[in-house]
Design a protein around this ligand. Structure first.
Ligand code: PLP
Length: 456
């Protein structure tokens, strides 16, 4: 166990206490059969660990902005908590920008990346002074027009793709030869185009790459950053002055979904980066990072009540309230995104007893809606709870409206005096009237008023 408790023992204890307290305090029960829980202590620890890891490898005084990738956990209270921990926001849509602003993040703490920014989005970002990374030549054209027509304080850069290849999960591999992101550096003429772009635009001061993600090995990530650094050096040498003053290394640190241990750690990654590109940390460049999953994943837990416990073809099946609506990737691509499941009894206490191979099913009406298939766990009974661990990023904050299942309430927790637990509401459970409203409730008659010519 290191100073940040990366063995995860503290995390597991806090989680167990929170599940029990959620049942005792009525957040979880027959009428609220699913919740998302966020471990505030753990989130603060990860933020501190991130800051410390880069402080350790950078020259004193190096400006470093850690911008949390909002898409990982798009919840305003989470962004506000991270802001208090000195973490900014990386946004990739007008919605995410609105969330960051609602959390009180300043333009200087915000970075806009996205592969499909509209002219209006670009104009707003430049008016606010938010950093923007152009994804492609057409977008840079649009930025040219805006820069000509108005003064902006926005730091501006270009996103490149070093095309190093993918990892074990295709859908989250950002640096493949044919990735849709950034300027593909190894394509014919691309490097020269990037060089010209900087030579012609003295206001282009940043270079961005995001080459990691779940399934990408650390050395490949470090190589992506090293190649980006080498390109910045080459550009600055050609121009004859340090025009690029900041390198945005993206996020993408993978998460260990197999146990409570944090691995790899930010400290390990930062050291690997310093080894791969020592010059990046010698104080000549400011740094931006964009971690998402690695900051939040291990601090979220979905807890769902077992509505029915049945048996089919000799297999025990626990029918719970957590399935595809909160664990979309896991349900559709279970091989790439397995989740740990723990069993709690009806009072929210960890369940013991012999392990039985069983399915943990969700509430949606299709056969594949399984949170876990053939998993060995203490046998789940009716009224027990199943918890899906490490779901703080890209899970319960990414509701999928299959079967019009309601978005669950999300609660943050901290240990309280005398073994208690204090909760705060992060997001209320979705109401039925909200589901109706989001499903066109205000336009109930809309289609019946449309008649093609000649029809009745
Ligand atoms: C998704 C994304 C991130 C965050 O990735 P994680 O794997 O969650 O750390 C960072 N930067 C960009 C540009 C992204 O698209």
């Amino acid at each position: 166990m290191d100073e940040y408790g990366n063995s995860g023992e503290g995390r597991a204890t806090r989680r167990d206490e929170a599940v029990r307290a959620a049942v005792e305090q009525g957040l979880l029960g027959p009428d609220s059969p699913i919740v998302g829980l966020l471990d505030v202590t753990g989130i603060r620890e990860s933020a501190a660990e991130l800051r410390a890891a880069f402080a350790e490898v950078t020259a004193p005084g190096t400006p470093v902005l850690h911008a949390f990738a909002v898409k990982a956990t798009p919840l305003v209270p989470v962004l506000r908590l991270l802001r208090e921990e000195g973490i900014g926001a990386e946004v990739a849509s007008p919605g995410e920008l609105a969330l960051a602003r609602a959390a009180g993040l300043s333009p200087a703490q915000t970075v806009l990346d996205s592969p499909a920014k509209t002219p209006a989005e670009l104009r707003e970002a430049l008016a606010l002074g938010i950093a923007v990374n152009a994804d492609n030549p057409q977008e840079l054209d649009r930025i040219d027009g805006l820069v000509r027509s108005a003064v902006s304080r926005s730091p501006l850069g270009i996103r490149v793709n070093p095309q190093l290849g993918g990892g074990s999960i295709g859908a989250t591999s950002t640096a493949t030869a044919t990735s849709k992101f950034g300027v593909a550096l190894r394509d014919e003429g691309a490097r020269e185009w990037v060089m010209r772009a900087y030579l012609d635009r003295p206001w282009l001061s940043r270079l961005h790459a995001h080459t990691g993600s779940q399934g990408i090995p650390l050395p490949l990530m470090a190589q992506g950053v090293a190649e980006t650094y080498a390109l910045a050096e080459e550009i600055n040498r050609r121009i004859g002055r340090p025009q690029i003053d900041t390198i945005d290394i993206g996020g993408g640190l993978p998460v260990n979904f197999a146990s409570d241990v944090t691995a790899p750690t930010y400290a390990e990654y930062a050291r690997a980066l310093r080894e791969a590109a020592p010059g990046l940390f010698d104080g000549r460049y400011g740094l931006v990072t964009e971690f998402g999953r690695s900051l939040l994943a291990k601090h979220g837990t979905i807890v769902a009540r077992v509505e029915y416990a049945k048996s089919a073809g000799g297999r025990a099946v626990a029918v719970t309230h957590a399935g595809v609506q909160v664990a979309t990737r896991t349900v559709y691509v279970p091989g790439s995104w397995p989740l740990r499941i723990t069993a709690y009894d009806g009072k929210g206490r960890p369940k013991s007893g012999p392990e039985v191979v069983q399915d943990v099913a969700g509430p949606a009406c299709f056969a594949g809606d399984l949170l876990a298939e053939g998993r060995a766990l203490p046998l789940l009974d009716q009224g027990d709870y199943a918890a899906a661990l490490d779901t703080g990023a890209y899970y319960f904050a990414h509701h999928y409206a299959y079967n019009s299942l309601a978005r669950p309430g999300i609660y943050g927790f901290v240990p309280a005096h005398a073994g208690g637990v204090r909760f705060a509401t992060v997001r209320d459970p979705q109401t039925l009237s909200s589901i109706v409203a989001e499903s066109g409730g205000a336009h109930a008659g809309a289609l019946t008023t449309l008649h093609a010519p000649g029809s009745r």
